[in-house]
Design a protein around this ligand. Structure first.
Ligand SMILES: [Zn+2]
Length: 372
């Protein structure tokens, strides 16, 4: 295997362990924060996690304010609301506490708060010219890996187009990984985010952008998530397995930052846009078919074989069955007549270009047909 050149600057410090939320005050102080905006969603506020964070910050002598209104798949509207609150409060430090949506809104807010303008100005990479506020990301789901990425995924409130806005300065200073915070999430969230994390490990493992550095994190991310997934399904309070999932998702997030994603994500977005399928389910239902498609390339088949001793596509399908997740897109109301439009949209996805085996619109239609 030839080694592709890479340039990876680790930007995010990882703090992992049960009960590490208690260290949040000390960490904010270390980075010079005094007025801390906590960005979160109503479910997390209700679970009492924001109140706990506020308590630790107060103990450390810091002022804090909670913006707890983040919605799923955050839009420019959510970000604008958050920016208004941050300005009013005079925040000099931001914490994203919750799932990918909370962490993305926190990052999105940081762009506008420090660099002005609107979210669209930062669509792409490296468009922020001024320094940004220090940020701590605290995930409460094991899924997106947003805590280890410099990108915020924000939708246009009108067109619903998802904009990936990234800048090295937007990466969290610290990703605080406390498995205890992931125990209370609803079963369905555990399942969907878990499958998403597994797919991040497997997609990053084979993209044409993969490199020796990202491969380390893809491999370890898969190993951890694969070991933890069935265990958390059986026993949601299994803290060791929760830790495996949380760390595995973060590692897979590091891999995405370096090697992007592939065709399972290209196929998933149209299913979400047109049939309202939850992201993790949309990726999961397509993943076995993408693995079979990519395995036609001998070098990719060899990578899959090194990840799992047996048929990897079948193994993913088995995990979906274990999690009681749909394994056919017809379950969501997709019919043969829908496939051309889905395939056309899939081909236009940003991630399609990174799949190791190039795809035509016909290839995408065939993949959807296989999953029907
Ligand atoms: Zn994903």
């Amino acid at each position: 295997m030839s080694l592709l050149p890479f340039d990876h600057q680790p930007r995010t410090r990882l703090v992992f362990g049960n009960g590490t939320l208690t260290r949040v005050g000390e960490l904010v102080r270390e980075f010079g924060g005094t007025r801390v905006l906590i960005v979160s969603d109503p479910g997390i506020v209700k679970a009492g996690y924001t109140a706990r964070a506020v308590g630790y910050l107060t103990e450390a002598g810091l002022l804090s304010h909670v913006f707890g209104e983040v919605r799923e798949n955050p839009s420019t509207e959510d970000v604008d609301q958050c920016v208004a609150i941050a300005r009013e409060f005079g925040a000099d430090f931001i914490i994203g506490l919750g799932g990918g949506s909370s962490m993305d809104t926190a990052k999105g807010c940081n762009f506008i708060l420090t660099n002005g303008g609107k979210m669209h100005d930062y669509w792409g990479t490296g468009k922020a010219t001024k320094p940004m506020l220090p940020l701590i990301a605290i995930p409460t789901t094991a899924g997106t890996g947003s805590e280890c990425q410099s990108y915020a995924l924000i939708s246009d409130a009108v067109t619903h187009v998802k904009m990936a806005c990234g800048d090295p300065k937007a990466a969290a200073k610290v990703a605080l990984l406390d498995p205890e915070l992931t125990v209370s999430q609803p079963h369905r969230v555990t399942v969907c985010t878990g499958v998403d994390a597994l797919s991040h490990a497997l997609e990053t493992a084979v993209t044409n952008k993969r490199n020796a550095y990202s491969s380390v994190f893809s491999r370890e991310g898969f190993k951890l998530c694969h070991a933890g997934f069935s265990r958390v399904l059986r026993d949601p309070t299994d803290l060791e397995a929760r830790g495996q999932m949380l760390l595995g998702a973060a590692y897979s997030g590091i891999a995405i930052e370096n090697s992007m994603l592939g065709a399972a994500h290209s196929c998933a977005n149209p299913l979400t846009a047109k049939f309202d399928v939850v992201h993790g389910e949309a990726v999961g239902v397509m993943l076995p078919h993408i693995i079979r498609f990519n395995a036609a390339l001998p070098e990719i088949a060899a990578i899959y074989e090194s990840y799992f001793d047996g048929d990897l596509a079948d193994r993913i399908s088995e995990l979906l069955w274990e999690a009681k997740m749909p394994r056919q897109i017809s379950h969501y109301g997709v019919t043969m007549a829908d496939l051309p439009a889905l395939a056309e949209m899939a081909l236009k996805q940003w991630t399609a270009q990174f799949n190791p085996r190039p795809l035509s619109q016909e290839n995408f239609a065939a993949l959807y047909r296989a999953a029907l």
